[in-house]
Design a protein around this ligand. Structure first.
Ligand code: AVI
Length: 321
């Protein structure tokens, strides 16, 4: 544990580099090659993701911000002051800032896989909210989440904005929610933002922005493999591909091989045929009733849903039962 100043502490449970190598070897051995999306988020990937959030086609941040501003007093009534607010995948901690002055939590626990980014964000939060106790935890939130014991015992609320849960397979969501349940305990809360099913052209545009930022974010995975585990990918030989799969209710992101080619990673050779893809991300979209049912199977009772006037995006509050 490192103390950055009196109100901020840093707790490092970052996964080891080996897990990238293992995941890539494992993922590339499947018939449909794949790499888990959590590996997007090295320092460059996290910075590119912040740029995605500014793209006009990517409507999620604006819709969600609008809801967080409009309903923060309603959230505060449900959450009450002096809670411990935990944010898995906190990134730049931008959204939570819209809530803090209304919620007045006792402590904030940002959790992120990218330690440098987490530390920068925690510093910046402590400058903006000097009254707030911050316990920054570096971990992979898709694994069991650990809270350092210095975190106070007040009512715990998990905040997951940005439709991050959309990147989970729906079959894994109840299990993940069970781990959140263990973190918050019975009576704890879950405030979560989830993207909705809608016109396909809007969804497809959101993941194929004109400025090419989502493409760069996707292709950065190849640079990361080259730099960190000795890969020989030529990113010019791959192309970003994202489309809405209506049957499965999800955006799929892939990297398409533009040629027959061999790539070596840590001395091991992988063959790619022209047109073959590496599946890098799914982003599921939910109707409110679909998501409420999923949350229930993870041990959370629905309290309320707030949606924007175009029904693009919803925020839900659940209580652990
Ligand atoms: C983090 N997650 C919710 C984003 C999404 O919309 O699925 C990741 C993303 N990938 C491409 N653009 C945004």
């Amino acid at each position: 544990m490192n103390s950055l100043n009196q109100k901020v502490s840093f707790h490092d449970f970052q996964p080891e580099l080996e897990s990238l190598r293992e995941a890539v070897f494992e993922g590339l051995s499947h018939k449909q090659k794949q790499i888990p999306p959590k590996f997007f988020y090295n320092e460059t990937g996290s910075a590119l993701f912040e740029k995605i959030l500014e793209q006009p086609e990517y409507y999620i941040p604006n819709k969600e911000r609008e809801l967080l501003r409009q309903y923060s007093d309603e959230f505060a009534k449900l959450i009450e002051p002096d809670a411990v607010l935990i944010e898995p995948g906190s990134g730049s901690c931008e959204k939570v800032q819209l809530l803090l002055e209304s919620l007045l939590p006792h402590a904030y626990v940002p959790m992120d896989i990218s330690s440098d980014f987490l530390m920068q964000s925690a510093y910046s939060m402590s400058r903006k909210f000097p009254w707030l106790n911050i316990y920054a935890v570096c971990l992979d939130f898709t694994q069991e989440m650990i809270l350092p014991h210095v975190v106070p015992q007040d009512r715990r609320i998990v905040f997951i904005p940005g439709s991050s849960l959309g990147n989970f397979d729906p079959l894994e969501i109840p299990l993940f929610l069970c781990s959140i349940h263990r973190l918050v305990g019975k009576g704890g809360g879950l405030l979560v933002g989830i993207d909705r099913k809608k016109d396909h052209s809007i969804l497809n545009a959101a993941y194929n922005d004109e400025a090419g930022i989502t493409a760069a974010f996707n292709l950065n995975l190849l640079d990361r493999i080259n730099n960190e585990i000795d890969g020989t990918f030529n990113p010019d030989n791959f192309e970003h591909y994202a489309y809405y799969n209506d049957q499965l209710g999800r955006i799929e992101m892939h990297l398409v091989s533009l040629a027959d080619q061999h790539v070596s990673i840590s001395g091991r050779s992988f063959r790619f045929q022209k047109g073959e893809t590496i599946h890098t991300e799914n982003s599921y979209k939910y109707r409110p009733e679909e998501f409420v049912n999923l949350a229930y199977s993870g041990g959370f009772k629905h309290h309320k849903t707030w949606s924007d006037n175009e029904d693009y995006f919803s925020i839900y509050f659940f209580e652990a039962i």
